[in-house]
Design a protein around this ligand. Structure first.
Ligand code: SAM
Ligand code: SF4
Length: 321
């Protein structure tokens, strides 16, 4: 559907849990109060919302979390979401730890593509950042995703702590059909503390290694990433610089948190409580109208440049990234 600023909104990120098997420093504070089971939407509730969203023209869904693959029966859920009439694509964002065993069943269930988060390919550094010695599992997950024939991208948050890892991460695209995308740290949750590395500096590092790196005009997914190519890289390099290179004018997405809040913009905590609506017995038409209103009123832009205007206090794992 078209929002009040004329943007076509056809993409929804769905967070299915706040739980995670990692503790990435920039995302998950310790200790952390997990939500109770009853606060989280059931798969049936999510599918009802997705059906209403499809009626409004939302055709692409990204399943996220917390870590989506830790939720029981996630493969079956993804299959059911993908099978909804009118759904054109379901993709997944995961830390990759459980992907080694799940990539093939996910592909069979109809998953279209996967984004795997990886901030360093060095095992010790990985354990320092994520709190778990899980790099071999993630690397297995990447191979399993490629072997299963899933379109696969890596998402790497640019951190001061890992600025010397940028080239090693991009090297993973040398001999694999894998896009490596660098994400600017956003001032959300633990990211409020800062500690990001600038995309401009990261690009300068890459240019020393691949001087022919150049922008290309290719649409390689459903998001705002800008891509570059080098003769020496099989995959592409992507940049998602939401803070310094805002792309709100082309924003096509809304978010559904795991507690059922429809969140029109990452920056603001406000949203529509669809869980309350569903659990009070609302019918399909009421649900449809609530979604329609919430999407129509999507704010014109985020406020990352004026951090005192950010009203979102939850961490990324609660919102879904
Ligand atoms: N657990 C899954 C994963 O790590 O891919 C899905 C959820 S995670 C919240 C989604 C994405 O958000 C990850 O790529 C993660 O690196 C990113 N992320 C978390 N906090 C962030 C922040 N403050 N700024 C930018 N990206 C962030
Ligand atoms: Fe978990 Fe993803 Fe957050 Fe890391 S970024 S702690 S994997 S939710």
């Amino acid at each position: 559907m078209i929002d009040q600023f004329g943007r076509t909104i056809d993409y929804m990120r769905i967070s299915v849990t706040d739980l995670c098997n990692l503790r990435c420093k920039y995302c998950m504070p310790e200790p952390f109060d997990w939500l109770s089971h009853s606060e989280i939407l059931s798969y049936e509730e999510i599918l009802r919302i997705a059906q209403a969203a499809i009626r409004l023209g939302i055709t692409h869904f990204k399943v996220t979390g917390g870590e989506p693959l830790v939720r029981k029966d996630i493969v079956q859920f993804i299959g059911r979401l993908r099978a909804l009439p009118g759904c054109k694509a379901v993709t997944l964002t995961t830390n990759g730890v459980l992907l080694g065993e799940l990539a093939q069943p996910l592909k069979q269930a109809g998953l279209d593509a996967v984004n795997i988060s990886l901030d360093t390919p060095d095992a010790d550094r990985y354990a320092q950042i994520s709190g778990v010695d899980a790099l071999p599992k993630v690397m297995q997950g990447i191979d399993a995703a490629l072997d299963a024939g899933l379109k696969t991208k890596l998402n790497c948050v640019l951190l001061q702590d890992t600025k010397d890892q940028v080239v090693a991460l991009a090297e993973l695209a040398e001999h694999r059909p894998l896009d490596v995308r660098f994400i600017e740290l956003m001032p959300i949750g633990e990211g409020m503390q800062g500690g990001g590395f600038s995309p401009q500096q990261a690009r300068a590092c890459l240019l020393q290694r691949w001087p022919d790196l150049h922008p290309i005009n290719e649409q390689r997914g459903y998001g705002p990433a800008r891509y570059e190519a080098s003769e020496k890289l099989m995959g592409r390099i992507g940049w998602i610089d939401a803070v310094s290179h805002g792309f709100c004018e082309q924003c096509n997405r809304v978010r559904l948190t795991c507690t059922g809040q429809l969140k029109p913009c990452l920056c603001y905590e406000s949203g529509t409580d669809l869980r309350a609506l569903i659990r009070s017995g609302a019918g399909e038409e009421t649900l449809y109208k609530a979604l329609q209103q919430a999407i129509y009123k999507k704010p014109s832009a985020h406020c990352f440049a004026q951090q005192d205007e950010i009203t979102e206090n939850r961490i990324m794992a609660q919102i879904g990234g």
